[in-house]
Write a protein that binds this ligand. Structure first.
Ligand code: PSU
Ligand code: MN
Length: 310
């Protein structure tokens, strides 16, 4: 089988993204599970568009990833973005689902894991998301560890996120990343953020003062032959952060209900996320949008610094 020919037929990189890549200009990859399964319409579409705008305002080209009719998209048109935001016929695509969705011509929303796979195919070294998946609470029993961590560990990429929600076991997630050699950086902070709040109670490995410092660190890693990803955690802006007690209570409630209903597998994360939104009456959605926008700004600035520092 000719791999090059296969990719030519199945990988659809938007011309402006390909042009930027050819010229060594900064590109920011973006995921689509947050659009199709992570936020309600119309906020999902508005946020996806705004995030792309912010990436441009900060000097980089946005490349939202997704799979439409089996075509792997790197950069979506306005119509495709709208499709990802409104269609009910979109599978949450993690790594094990990816070949099936492409082979059968289905639609797939890319998680962090498959956005990394897609960015790797296209040659994009930076991805912006809201929150990364990780080691779930009780993983000692369930073995529920997001594929996001493995793809991050095995790919030369920087993933910018606002930490992870405490629907996960943040301590175990950090241990797992340490085992796989993934540096966890804090953007202007030594505190590991917890998505809705600025602090999780855990520390990151290193605080980074500016995008240039991140770029220097990342290129040093790769030049040393230390292949694999870097996680840059960027805390939610303090004025947007949620009250820790309220959010923790919502998460506890969500976890309880998931247990009662025996929710498991790929349904777990979307179930917990939508429960939290329900329990907090939409306040968490507002915070979610603010932190994703903030990640887009920092991610684009880091992509610019990485393109300069090559
Ligand atoms: N965590 C969030 N918001 C999200 C997700 C996780 O706070 O939208 C999504 C991301 O797409 C992430 C995926 O890659 O869920 C992880 O799912 P799982 O735990 O099933 O691997
Ligand atoms: Mn899982």
């Amino acid at each position: 089988m000719d791999k090059m020919k296969f990719l030519k037929d199945h990988l659809d990189i938007k011309p402006e993204v390909q042009e930027a890549l050819d010229q060594g200009k900064p590109v920011v990859a973006l995921e689509s599970t947050i659009i199709s399964h992570g936020m309600p319409y119309p906020q999902n579409l508005e946020t996806a568009k705004r995030v792309e705008e912010i990436v441009r305002e900060n000097g980089a080209i946005p490349a939202t990833t997704g799979i439409i009719n089996g075509k792997i998209k790197v950069g979506l048109s306005a119509e495709e973005l709208e499709f990802m935001a409104t269609s009910k016929d979109i599978i949450k695509c993690s790594t094990r689902d990816y070949p099936m969705i492409v082979a059968e011509g289905y639609n797939g929303a890319t998680t962090v894991a498959t956005s990394i796979v897609t960015a790797r195919l296209a040659g994009i070294p930076l991805l912006v998301t809201g929150g990364i998946g990780g080691v779930h609470r009780g993983a000692q029993e369930t073995f529920d560890i997001s594929r996001d961590l493995q793809e991050l560990a095995g790919t030369d990429i920087v993933v910018v996120c606002a930490g992870c929600k405490s629907i996960l076991d943040i301590g175990l997630t950090l241990e797992y990343l340490e085992t796989f050699g993934v540096p966890v950086l804090g953007y202007k902070t030594k505190d590991m953020p917890a998505f809705f709040t600025e602090k999780s109670g855990f520390q990151v490995d290193y605080a980074m003062e500016d995008p240039e410092e991140v770029a220097r660190m990342v290129h040093t890693k790769w030049n040393l032959g230390l292949d694999g990803g870097v996680l840059l955690t960027n805390p939610i802006p303090s004025e947007e952060a949620m009250d820790e007690k309220i959010i923790n209570k919502a998460i506890e409630e969500a976890l309880e209900e998931a247990k009662e209903k025996n929710i498991h597998g790929k349904e777990t994360t979307p179930f917990l996320l939508s429960k939290v939104v329900e329990v907090t009456g939409g306040n968490s959605l507002k915070a979610n949008i603010a932190l994703v926008e903030n990640n887009a700004r920092v991610g684009a600035q880091v992509a610019v610094a990485m393109a300069k520092n090559k």
